[in-house]
Design a protein around this ligand. Sequence first.
Ligand code: ADP
Length: 496
Amino acid sequence: MRPIYSLRWALILQVLVPLLAAMAVFTTIGLTTLERSAETRMQDEVELVARAVRLPISDSLEQGREQDVRQALESVFRIGRVYGAYVYDVDGELVAAVGAVNPATRKREVAELAAEGEQQGAYEQIQGQDVYSYFLPLSDSGGRIAGLLQVTRRGSDFQELAVQLRLQAVAVIAVAGGLITLMVLWGHRRAIGRHFDRLTGSMARVESGELAHRAPLDGPREIRSLSQALNTMLDSMARAEQEIARRRDAQLELEAQLRHAEKLAAIGRLASGVAHELGTPLSVLDGKAQRALRRAEPDAPEARALQDIRREVARMEHIVRQLLEFGRGQNRQYRRTRMGDLATAAAAALEQPFSAAGATLELQPCEPDPELYVDPIRLEQVLVNLLRNALQAGAGAVRVSWRPGDAGGLQLLVDDDGPGVPAESRKRLFEPFYTTKAVGEGTGLGLAVVHGIITEHGGQVQVEDSPLGGARFRVQFPLNAQRRDDVAEEITDGKS
Ligand code: ADP
């Protein structure tokens, strides 16, 4: 596994260390070159000194003036930094010596060197000291080799210089390395580190639950693109979550609607079953009362009682009809029809009760009058129920208006100037058997029937405040109900 280290360490290991190593290598090369040239210079210096005194020493040696030889030798100390100087004759015998103690050069070697007549330099040890010796042959006026001049210089002179140079180089490298390290770390912090810290800080905030937080878009381009990518990812995650929540809500809503529809269907089946059973005995009862009434004296108390029976039977038949209406659902007959025709038919059906109550009914059609594909008898029932409710609520003015609604459907409004529906009862208004009327006056089925029919047509109905001051029933449904209905049936078939 590859080691995991921070960006700072990567910078140190992959940039700084190679840089410092390269610096050290170049300095070592430079230092070696410098040392070599210093050594050569020192050797040249010794050679120059030897050459400067060569002639006077050669002369004095030829003439046998040992005193002069010595004086000339001593002058080497004035010319340059010299450790010692020695003069030998051709046999290797030491003639004169100045400076450091006598060299250890053996007689035979000196004689050989003198005989060769070649100048030459060499390192050797003199009494434990490292010295550099330069040998220069001395010749007489005839050009014959007369002896050998040896000039020495202490090797430690050079070594001290080298050590000094190395120390300086190490100090320079250490200071430069330290400065470069500081600069690289500071540069990393300024250019990258702090932006990364901010980015990771943003990530930590999001992780801790601040889902609305977004990384700031500043700093170098790469960091900015990272922040941008993070923000885009967070945005799409937020969108996805919203979409999931929306779908979950829609699913819950759909399930609630389905449960409600199933409940209504069950109640409907029960209601129509009861209604069927009651229908026949009620007509028998009414028929018998009618026949008995025909035989009774018109003003007799029995006749009044029989009339009361017939009135109550009629009421019960009305309830039974409503129950049957509520339970109906299968027997649908869709036809092409105009909204205006439906409204006119409903108004005509209620003309008598409206005029009896002194209430006005206004129809506000829209142009062109939309053509619907619906079950006209059931939609007329919707209008009749809504208008009758308005009248029963005590409205003096009722208005029916319609216009194109959302998504190509139709919107139908029934407004009245009655007392309106209080907010707390709006939720329960469409439930079967919910009524505010006195016992015997309302069945609570009128709006349940409205709701059932509109739902069958793929629409919705809701109650709100009317600009006329009373209640407004807003009904919306598609112009072509058949398709929605088939789909609903297919779903139901698929489920069963
Ligand atoms: P019912 O008319 O038999 O009571 P409905 O289902 O038709 O049954 O109505 C339920 C209740 O809704 C009524 O009892 C009444 O309180 C209220 N309601 C219906 N229409 C209106 C209206 N236009 N204005 C005020 N209240 C209304």
